[in-house]
Structure formats: structure tokens, C-alpha cells
Design a protein around this ligand. Structure first.
Ligand code: SP5
Ligand code: ZN
Length: 343
């Protein structure tokens, strides 16, 4: 399988996030991508580099004010008295206030949904390259490759059109999906990361060309808390084009695979001619911030069944924080995927 990766992710290394009111070491570290790249090479992937796609495919999905903020935020933050090394919000709009301020402190709150998407000096550059990675892999699939793997870092599925959050800045899978609608009028995005793909849902919520299906830990007591519920089914012409499958904490392989089949039925009913997968490995049983119990073998079976759908497929890397497990889990996924294509 073709795999697109690049060292530019090394520019994005914020050391800390704020969790439960205090700083903790960031989970989303550069070693993640290094482990995944090693495993992709060892699995015999045909490794490629991203090509620059410019801003047009990013502008097609994200808000111009948000993009201007992301690009300039770190420099503007450093101009504050006694600046901290990373842009982090401390006051955010809510149910009672929603004005758009002009200063960097207020804009950080306006454009950042959580305290877990710090902006470091190199964040914008890395996020841009991650989007190019997804777009380059998408081009390969558009050009006739049956599948491709986009090794994106930072991840993307918590980023809305105008919001960063949950380690994400640009929504790589949404940018690639919109790009692929030029070739396939009906698409599906299947999100198997342990967290609900709230940003992807938000971007496509009122569209009927992209069916979104997400399997995730029940947000009743799990990040992102405010989205991912079963009653969120799409709006306007997109009514019915959003399917959330929240799973109880501790869910193991067999019930996860049952939910996956439910998702497949919707993807088929939508008439999707191509598939994008938001591929997180944080549903892994040993993930430090996960809440499900998927095994290494389970990821192989998930992949086998996805591949057996027979659709042109773009795999886009999202989360997964057990660095020791990432290589084995990607290896298992890729070999399961190959088996599913042969069946
Ligand atoms: C792309 C992706 O997987 N993003 C995940 C965002 C999760 N954000 C929550 C961070 C808070 C972690 N604190 C939990 C401590 C458990 N020991
Ligand atoms: Zn996740």
C-alpha cells in the first residue's frame, strides 16, 4: 500500500496540555508518528512524500478567520507581556456570550474548543503538511489506487471549520473528503478513533454527499462530552447522513465489530462509492487515555472487514497514544486490510 509521511510533524512538539485544571505532559507526541512510519516501512508500504496543494482545499473546508488565527496565533501570543510558550485559551464563549473579539487572548478562546490543542511555534507548519499528506494520499486514490495511507500528525478529526480542539487544528480527513467529492459524488467517512469525530461531524452535518459514521466511547462521561450522541443524525439536506454509534466503556472486539457492521449498512445505504477512514488506535486495550478494549488482533479484523467492502479507501491517521502498541496495531491493521482485499 502507498503510505504518505513527512518529518515536518517534528516542528509541532508542544510539551504540555491542560487537563482537569492543571498541566500534564502531552499525549500526542512525535514518537507516535515515528513508530507508525517504522511499522509502515516494515510492512512493505510504498513510502511517498506529500506534495504542496496550497490553501485552496483547506479554504474549502475551514473558516477564513480561523485560518488567519491559526497562522498568526503563536507570533501574536509571543507579543503579550510574559508570554507562555504555547497559545492556550482561558476564557471561552458559551451559551450566554458569543462575541468575536479582536485581541489574541479572546480569539484563543473563540477559536479553541479545549485546553488540549496548544499552539506552538511550529504548529501551523506541521498542520499544513499533515493536510498535504492527506491530500496527496487522496490524489493517489482519485488517480486509481485502491487504497492509500496518510500518516498525518497532528491529527484532525476534532477540528471544526472554525475550532481547534483535542490535539487537532486542521481536519485532515474532512479536507481530503471534500477534495475527493470532485471524483465521487457520494462518499463516506468512517471514524474508528475511540473519540467521537466531532469536528468531522460538524463540517459535514448539513451535507448529503458525505455520510459520516463514528464509533466511539460514549460521550456521556468521555471526551468530547458535548457531541457524539445517537440522536445527532444530520440536519437540512444532510438529515440522516450522520450516524453515531456510542459504545459503553470497556467494549471489546466482538461488540465493536457488531457496531462496525451497523455502520457498514448505513454506508451501503448511502450509496458511497469511496471511503475515508479516520484511523485511530486509541480504542486499544492499553491506550493510556482510551476507554475501550480493542486488541491488536481486533484491529486486523476491523481492517479486514473494511477492505472487504471493496471501496476505494483512504486511511487517515488520527489518535492512538500507547507508543509501544502503535507499531503492532498498524501492522495488524495493514495485514488485515490486505487479507480483506484478497477475499
Ligand atoms: C485525535 C485524538 O485522539 N484526540 C484526543 C483528544 C483527547 N483529549 C483529552 C485530553 C485529556 C487527557 N487527560 C486524561 C488523563 C487520563 N489519565
Ligand atoms: Zn482519539
Amino acid at each position: 500500500m502507498l503510505a504518505i509521511a513527512d518529518d515536518a510533524h517534528l516542528q509541532h512538539q508542544p510539551a504540555e496540555i491542560i487537563s482537569r485544571g492543571g498541566p500534564i505532559p502531552h499525549w500526542e507526541v512525535a514518537r507516535r508518528a515515528l513508530e507508525l512510519e517504522k511499522a509502515a516501512i516494515a510492512a512493505g508500504c510504498d513510502m511517498g512524500k506529500p506534495t504542496a496543494h496550497g490553501m485552496a482545499p483547506i479554504n474549502a473546508v475551514h473558516d477564513p478567520g480561523y485560518l488567519a488565527f491559526l497562522e498568526s496565533a503563536w507570533t501574536r501570543w509571543q507579543a503579550l507581556p510574559n508570554p507562555t510558550p504555547y497559545v492556550q485559551p482561558y476564557a471561552q464563549p458559551n451559551r450566554r456570550m458569543s462575541g468575536l473579539p479582536t485581541g489574541i487572548q479572546g480569539q484563543a478562546g473563540y477559536y479553541m474548543a479545549t485546553n488540549s490543542a496548544p499552539i506552538a511555534e511550529g504548529t501551523w507548519g506541521s498542520a499544513r503538511v499533515a493536510a498535504d499528506i492527506a491530500l496527496t494520499a487522496a490524489d493517489a486514490v482519485i488517480g486509481g489506487a485502491n487504497e492509500a495511507y496518510a500518516l498525518c500528525r497532528p491529527p484532525g478529526h476534532h477540528a471544526f471549520a472554525d475550532l481547534a480542539g483535542g490535539f487537532c487544528y486542521l481536519n485532515n480527513v474532512a479536507i481530503a473528503a471534500h477534495h475527493m467529492t470532485t471524483r465521487w459524488p457520494k462518499l463516506a467517512v468512517l471514524d474508528v478513533d475511540v473519540h467521537h469525530g466531532n469536528g468531522t461531524q460538524g463540517i459535514f452535518y448539513e451535507r448529503d454527499d458525505v455520510q459520516f459514521v463514528s464509533l466511539h466511547g460514549d460521550p456521556a462521561d468521555y471526551f468530547p462530552f458535548f457531541a457524539g450522541y445517537a440522536n445527532e443524525t444530520g440536519a437540512g439536506v444532510g438529515a440522516g447522513c450522520n450516524l453515531n454509534l456510542p459504545l459503553p466503556q470497556g467494549t471489546s472486539d466482538a461488540p465493536f465489530l457488531d457496531a462496525l457492521e451497523t455502520g457498514f449498512a448505513r454506508i451501503k445505504a448511502h450509496g458511497a462509492d469511496a471511503l475515508l477512514v479516520s484511523l485511530g488506535f486509541d480504542a486499544f486495550e492499553r491506550d493510556p487515555i482510551g476507554c475501550l478494549k480493542i486488541t491488536t488482533g481486533g484491529f486486523g479484523e476491523i481492517a479486514r472487514r473494511i477492505a472487504a467492502l471493496g471501496l476505494p479507501t483512504l486511511l487517515v491517521q488520527e489518535g492512538g497514544y500507547d507508543c509501544d502498541g502503535l507499531g503492532p496495531n498498524l501492522t495488524s491493521f495493514l495485514s488485515g486490510f490486505a487479507a480483506g482485499r484478497d477475499s
